[in-house]
Write a protein that binds this ligand. Sequence first.
Ligand code: FE2
Ligand code: FE2
Length: 305
Amino acid sequence: MTNATLNTTPRFSTPTDPAALAEARAAMPVRQLMVNPAELTTDRWLVDDDPYFSHFLAVLSAVFPRGEDFFVESVRRHRDAVKDNPVLRAQVRAFVGQEAMHGRQHRALNERLQTLGYPTEHADRAIGRACDRILKLRPNTLAVAATAAAEHLTGVFAAVVLSDDRTRHLLFSQPEVEPLIAWHALEELEHKNVAFDVMTTVGVRYPTRIAGFLVTISMLATVVTQQWIAALIGMHSELTWKQRRRFIHNLRRQRLLHPSFVIETLKYLRPGFHPDDTNTDHLVRQWRARLINEGAIRENRSPAA
Ligand SMILES: [Fe+2]
Ligand SMILES: [Fe+2]
């Protein structure tokens, strides 16, 4: 990971410690995004003259709302298991609130993208069907294991986006998109431990954790790749060699579709892994201050336990 350091002390490890509870609440305030993604002004490409990356990013945005509904559902399913742990209970409440807001803002962006010719509705239905299937799998802890793995992926994504200026400027330069992605990434880092800690609390051990990882990776890789290719096939007669060269050029300059992303993702397979092993608090502090100063976000009260 580009700018992250090894953390040796897990956060919020004492369930009934009032200081830890206060810290958990303060660490994940309710926020409003002050930029409206529905007002996206580009008339075609999210990434300048690059339909390939533009469609890839549109697919990613398209799978977020249904994906985040799934994360919330799979964590809520185990809320009784955390009722005696006030810190984790507060974190679950904040997690649910943050994911609901992410889904709402990405839906607004996706509707706008659909009007620009990106087939986001099709991708939304595809990810919805996949998530519904996972929720029915047994054991019933497999869904929260899949969510913990997905939250690891979004955490890796978030750390790259917030720490690598070149990737962010290259892929998220639209003025309505960069604040959305930065705000979403900031909150993904804030709550990156929550699904994992719920999964651990309900007694999930290594084999089910890894099964959840495999379910998430295979489902996401299948849906995202299929939807991306389908979108490109749908407009293949318009694609030019100049755009293909542009994509190859951009591919070399970003760190999302990159071997380092795979290496960070695979750290999840380590038996003693915990999301807080990698300290990303400095990114959260830095971007929280930056987005508030820029007027991109506003913070309300902290969620009650
Ligand atoms: Fe999210
Ligand atoms: Fe998340």
